[in-house]
Design a binder for this molecule. Structure first.
Ligand code: ZN
Length: 336
């Protein structure tokens, strides 16, 4: 069970940090008037969808991050209780986070009390910047510490300033969680039971899921890509498959993934992602075993069951290559 620091202490720490940042900012910028807005307006269509009595989400557009979708390609959810709101993920730019925060405020007068971040991929947490002025707690898995201590966050931020400017700009920053979970956690708020489950390493080392128990709604982050080819990246495919098996055991009524529509047919959706990953891995493992190089293995593999799914062209070849490399590393006994 994770223990959260008292809200008042966090709020004080945050006020001090904000004061410091302001002081530094003034010192650095002097009289410069060319500061971009912290939250450039995100004008991409976004609407709140109701999932169950207390649960809502916004649905990102299909496909990869682009300037056309202003980075809005992922989902974010929120649960309204009589004692406050719990949020799951906050979208891929500070601008989108602001838009999402405004939509929550239009849906309920309750304040956001807690944010659970599924994993520290840019498209799921960059919106934090728009939320952290409030008296709230941001929770993430303890393994996010490793990510934040690496060079990756700065490199990704630089890339996103290029690919998603002006919505990610010079004022955009990486926001760390307040609380790092090193075990599953359960908490009650406003009559609902929230179960935070650590399921990494799967899509990333730090994957979290959130179950809203009374309503049977499970937020799974990027463990499920409903109706599209998942983005594998540097995922551990075997562990991901195991994590999906664990999710299936909860028999959730409704699953909200990180991409694609919420599903009342959770079982089938999860199995599609699982089967794709298993197929990918089996094909690439057989090729490595037979000493076939990647190019030939990719050409020989029958992709017809998946070729019509969205994001196939953008993601499949890369997914196969990543899987091929990781199987090869395993075969050589090298860890990454
Ligand atoms: Zn992701």
């Amino acid at each position: 069970m994770a223990r959260a620091a008292p809200l008042a202490v966090n709020a004080l720490a945050r006020r001090l940090a904000t004061g410091l940042a302001l002081a530094l900012g003034l010192g650095l910028t002097g009289n410069s008037v060319a500061q971009p807005a912290e939250f450039e307006p995100a004008t991409v269509p976004m609407e709140v969808r109701k999932v169950s009595e207390h649960v809502y989400y916004v649905l990102g557009q299909a496909g990869m991050v682009s300037t056309a979708n202003q980075g809005f390609n992922s989902n974010a959810g929120f649960v309204v209780t009589r004692d406050g709101v719990v949020v799951f993920d906050v979208l891929g730019t500070p601008a989108l986070g602001k838009r999402f925060a405004d939509l929550i405020a239009r849906t309920t007068p309750q304040l956001v009390r807690r944010i659970v971040i599924s994993h520290y991929h840019a498209d799921h947490f960059y919106g934090l910047q728009a939320f952290v002025a409030g008296e709230l707690q941001v929770w993430a898995d303890a393994r996010v510490r490793d990510y934040l201590a690496s060079d990756a966050p700065a490199a990704r931020l630089a890339e996103r300033r290029q690919s998603l400017g002006p919505w990610v700009n010079e004022r955009s920053r990486i926001v760390a969680p307040h609380t790092y979970l090193d075990a599953d956690a359960v908490f009650q708020l406003g009559g609902l039971t929230f179960r935070v489950l650590r399921v990494g390493p799967a899509h990333t080392p730090e994957d979290l899921m959130l179950l809203v128990e009374e309503e049977g709604v499970l937020f799974v982050g990027d463990l499920m890509f409903a109706g599209r080819i998942p983005f594998v990246g540097d995922a551990d495919v075997s562990a991901w498959i195991k994590a999906i098996d664990r999710v299936l055991a909860f028999k959730p009524r409704i699953v909200v993934g990180g991409h694609g529509p919420a599903s009342t047919n959770a079982d089938a959706e999860l199995r599609t992602t699982r089967d794709y990953l298993a197929y990918l891995r089996a094909q690439m493992a057989a090729a490595v075993e037979a000493g076939i190089d990647f190019e030939e293995a990719y050409q020989r593999t029958d992709w017809s069951a998946y070729a019509a799914l969205p994001a196939f062209a953008a993601a499949n070849r890369r997914n196969a290559y990543q899987t091929y490399l990781s199987v090869e590393r395993e075969a050589l006994g090298v860890s990454k």
